[in-house]
Design a binder for this molecule. Structure first.
Ligand SMILES: NC(=O)c1ccc[n+]([C@@H]2O[C@H](COP(=O)([O-])OP(=O)(O)OC[C@H]3O[C@@H](n4cnc5c(N)ncnc54)[C@H](OP(=O)(O)O)[C@@H]3O)[C@@H](O)[C@H]2O)c1
Length: 400
C-alpha cells in the first residue's frame, strides 16, 4: 500500500460526511474553529450528497479532490434492512473505494455494537453474524469487515474509530445517552431498566476530533488500524442515572431494578398499544434506543489500551462523563426548554425572563432597540456558568 505522506500543516481539504450529526458536527466544528491548522472542511448535507447514491459520491469526491474523507453518517438506528444496508454499508464502502483511488485517507466511524458484550473487550473481539443482530449492528459489522478487506487487498489507507455511548453537545435528535438524560429530566423514567453492577463504556465526543487530527498527521502509524475510542473506565448505568437524578433534584427514577424479562414484556405491550394508537391517527413510536434494551442489562466495556499505547496524547485527560455532566445537563435542559420539549425545568433554565417578557408582550419595542443599536444579538457566544463555550455551541441568540 502506498501511503500518502502527511501534508504536515500545509493546507488540506477534508470532506466530512454526516456533518450535521452529533459526531460529524463536532468534527466539523473542531476543524472550523478549534484548530489553527490550515485545514478546510466541507460537510455536504445528506440532501446535497446522499451516500445512498454511488454516482453522487463519486462525482462529488472526484470534483472536490479532498486530502481526506471522514464518514460519520448513519441511518436511523431502527432503519429497515435496505436503508441500513445502503447508508451503513454500501455508502461507506463506495466512499472508501474512491478514497483508495484518490490515494487519500478514509476515516470511518464505527460502533461498539460490532463488538462482543462483556468486560474489557478488545478491538479483535467482533460479534459473529447471527440472525438476532439488529440491522444497525449487522450493517456496521459488514462495513468493518469489508474495509479491512479493502485495506489488505486494494490499498485502502483507512483508520476505523469505534465509539461507545457518545456524550457531547449538538445532539439534535436526542439519541443514546441524551435520550436517557431527557427521560430522567422529563420524569418519564419511574424506575431503573437495568441491573445493579452493569457497566458500559462512554466516548467523549469533544476529544474525538483531536484524535482524528492526530491520525491524519501520522498515517504511517494509524493506517489499517481500528481503535476503541472510549473513556478509560466503564461506568455503572444505574449510578449514572442516579447521579443525573440527584443533579436535577428529582424524585424519580426510584432505585427499583426492573428485571429484563419484565422490561422486555413491557416494551412489547407498549409497542402494541402504540400500534393501536397509530390506527387512530396518533403518531407515536418507541424510542429507537430500545433496540438496545438488552444492552442495558449486560456489561460491555471496551478495552482502550491500543489507543493509550499509541502516540496520541489525550487533550483532556481528566474529563469523563461525570465531570461533564453538569455542563451537559445545563446545555440540554436549556435547549429542550427552548424547543418546548420539556417543561419541568423551564423556570430554572430560562435564561432571561426580562427578554422573554419583551419578546412575548412587546416585540415592537424589542425591534426598536435592535434597530437603534441599543441591543445587539448578532454575534454572542454562549457561556455556560463561566465555562469555556463548548466546541459545538452554535452561536446563541437572545442573551441580553
Ligand atoms: N451517538 C452515539 O451514541 C454513537 C455510539 C456509537 C457509535 N456511533 C457512531 O457515530 C457515527 C455518527 O453517529 P451520530 O450519533 O453522530 O449520528 P446522527 O447524529 O444520527 O447523525 C447522522 C448523520 O448521518 C447523516 N446521514 C444520514 N443518512 C445519510 C445519507 N444517506 N447520506 C449522507 N449522510 C447521511 C445525517 O445527515 P442528515 O441529518 O442531513 O440526514 C447526519 O448528519 C455513526 O457511525 C455511529 O455508528 C454513535
Amino acid at each position: 500500500m502506498s501511503i500518502r505522506k502527511s501534508a504536515g500543516e500545509t493546507g488540506r481539504l477534508g470532506i466530512v460526511i454526516g456533518g450535521s450529526g452529533l459526531v460529524g458536527g463536532t468534527i466539523v466544528n473542531y476543524f472550523k474553529s478549534r484548530t489553527t491548522a490550515p485545514i478546510e472542511v466541507r460537510a455536504p448535507s445528506s440532501k446535497k450528497l446522499s451516500i445512498r447514491e454511488p454516482t453522487d459520491i463519486r462525482n462529488y469526491l472526484l470534483a472536490s479532490k479532498p486530502d481526506f474523507v471522514i464518514n460519520a453518517a448513519i441511518a436511523n438506528i431502527n432503519a429497515d434492512e435496505q436503508l441500513s444496508f445502503e447508508v451503513n454499508y454500501l455508502g461507506p464502502i463506495n466512499i472508501a473505494k474512491i478514497a483508495a483511488e484518490l490515494n487519500i485517507p478514509y476515516i470511518h466511524i464505527s460502533s461498539a455494537a460490532t463488538l462482543e458484550l462483556g468486560p474489557d473487550i478488545t478491538e479483535k473481539q467482533h460479534k459473529q453474524f447471527t440472525p438476532g443482530l439488529s440491522n444497525y449492528t449487522r450493517s456496521k459489522l459488514m462495513a468493518e469487515k469489508t474495509l479491512r478487506h479493502l485495506s489488505q487487498n486494494e490499498g485502502l489507507d483507512y483508520t476505523l474509530i469505534r465509539l461507545a455511548a457518545v456524550y457531547g453537545n449538538h445532539d439534535h435528535k436526542i439519541q443514546g445517552i441524551h435520550r436517557m438524560l431527557f427521560s430522567i429530566a422529563d420524569e418519564s423514567m419511574p424506575v431503573l431498566f437495568t441491573k445493579k453492577g452493569v457497566l458500559h463504556s462512554y466516548s467523549n465526543c469533544r476529544k474525538l476530533p483531536y484524535f482524528i487530527h492526530h491520525i491524519l498527521n501520522n498515517r504511517e502509524e494509524f493506517t489499517g488500524e481500528d481503535y476503541n475510542f472510549v473513556d478509560k473506565y466503564g461506568v455503572e448505568l444505574a449510578d449514572l442515572i442516579m447521579t443525573i437524578k440527584s443533579y436535577l433534584q428529582l424524585n424519580y427514577p426510584k432505585e427499583i431494578y426492573i428485571p429484563y424479562p419484565l422490561a422486555k414484556a413491557g416494551k412489547r405491550s407498549v409497542a402494541v398499544i402504540l400500534k393501536l394508537l397509530r390506527k387512530f391517527g396518533l403518531k407515536a413510536n418507541l424510542p429507537s434506543e430500545l433496540v438496545f434494551l438488552k444492552q442495558f442489562y449486560v456489561t460491555q466495556t471496551l478495552n482502550c489500551d491500543k489507543l493509550h499505547n499509541s502516540s496520541f496524547v489525550d487533550p483532556f485527560p481528566d474529563e469523563t462523563i461525570y465531570s461533564r455532566l453538569p455542563e451537559l445537563i445545563i446545555y440540554y435542559l436549556q435547549r429542550w426548554s427552548h424547543e418546548n420539549l420539556i417543561s419541568t425545568f423551564e423556570e430554572e433554565v430560562t435564561i432571561d425572563h426580562a427578554f422573554k417578557d419583551r419578546f412575548v408582550n412587546n416585540p415592537e419595542e424589542l425591534l426598536e432597540s435592535i434597530h437603534n443599536g441599543s441591543m445587539s444579538f448578532f454575534q454572542t457566544t454562549h457561556v455556560i456558568h463561566g465555562q469555556e463555550p463548548d466546541s459545538n455551541e452554535a452561536t446563541k441568540p437572545l442573551q441580553t
